[in-house]
Structure formats: C-alpha cells, structure tokens
Ligand binder design. Sequence first.
Ligand SMILES: [Zn+2]
Length: 206
Amino acid sequence: MNILASGSHPDDIEIGCSGTLIKDSQQGHDVFLLVITRGEKGGEAEARQEEQIKAAEIMGAKDVFWGGFTDTELLDRANEIIHLIESYIEKIQPNFIFVNFFDDTHQDHRTVNRSVLSAARYVRNVMFYEVPTTNNFTPNIFVDIGSVFELKLKALEAHSSQVMKTNIPDLSIIDIARSSAHFRGVQGRVPLAEGFVSERLFINID
Ligand SMILES: [Zn+2]
C-alpha cells in the first residue's frame, strides 16, 4: 500500500503518527511525507528541512515532498494548498492519508486539515493525528506502537532544534511523546499507542 502523511511543519508527522508509519514501512508499505512549510517561524528553515529528512530516514519513508508555503501563513492560501495536495494524491495514489486534526490552536494545522479533507475526497482512508496544540481529540482508532516506540523517539530527536520548544518549561517533546503514548495506550488497552480520529476508514483492506 501507499501511505501519505501530511503535516504543516517539520515534526508534526513525527509526534502525530510516526510510530504507525514506522510499522507500515517495516511491513513493506511505501510511506511518503508531504510537509507544507519548512517551519521557519520555529527555527532556521534549512536546518529544519535537514532535520525532517533525517527523521524521514529513521521512519523508513520513501520520500519527503515539500509544499513550499510559509510557516503561520497558510490560512488564506487554502485553495492553493488543496491543489498542491491533489497533485501529490494523483502522483502517489495513497490508500491512506494521515493529517493534523481540525480542532487545533495553530491555524496552519487547521488549514492543512481542511485542505486535505477536500483534496482527499476520493481517498478511501483518511485519518487525523494529534499534536500538542490539538484540542478535543477523542481517538476511535488505536495503533500499538510498543515495538517501535524507541524509533519514534529517535525520529523526534532528529528534530534537535525543536526538542525543548514545547512552550512548557523543562518539558521536552520526548516527555510529551512518552506521556501521550501511555495515555492513548491505556485507552487502547496496550502500554504504548498512537490514537487517531478517522474521517473514513475501511477495515476490509486487501
Ligand atoms: Zn505544526
């Protein structure tokens, strides 16, 4: 299967669904990343791009594509983003798409969510992941990430400029990833999980 994970910024995908993507790539599926901005409001663009490429390698992704839009300025450019995502859907023909959730304090996350929803209207499986700025997220799908959790942490650590940029003193993104994985794990009845909300999910995949 082909899997497309989209994020507004470098490291969105890693915190939201990298455990799942690592499992997918380990099982022989082709994982592609589409990162809409280079996250230049949170660090130096080239450095963040390099961090994203390193993280993609750790996740076993086939390729990373860049949207070329400007960090924090996506709100008024939804039409262009929809067309961009449509072109990658045409190219990749994904069976699954993962993207940020629609209820989120970051306007870029909301915009990319809405854009994917339009662009992926004929994609069978569309799943939303959570990040630390997500609100009101009640997952109904769980993936057991126990076997790949250390690799997920490595993928997050690859974004070295961002590890301590949580806006919470002395709390790293690694701490957050660990807590979230246990919390979603408890809900899913395993020690460590990622949780998702599905827009559409077929359970008879062949
Ligand atoms: Zn983000």
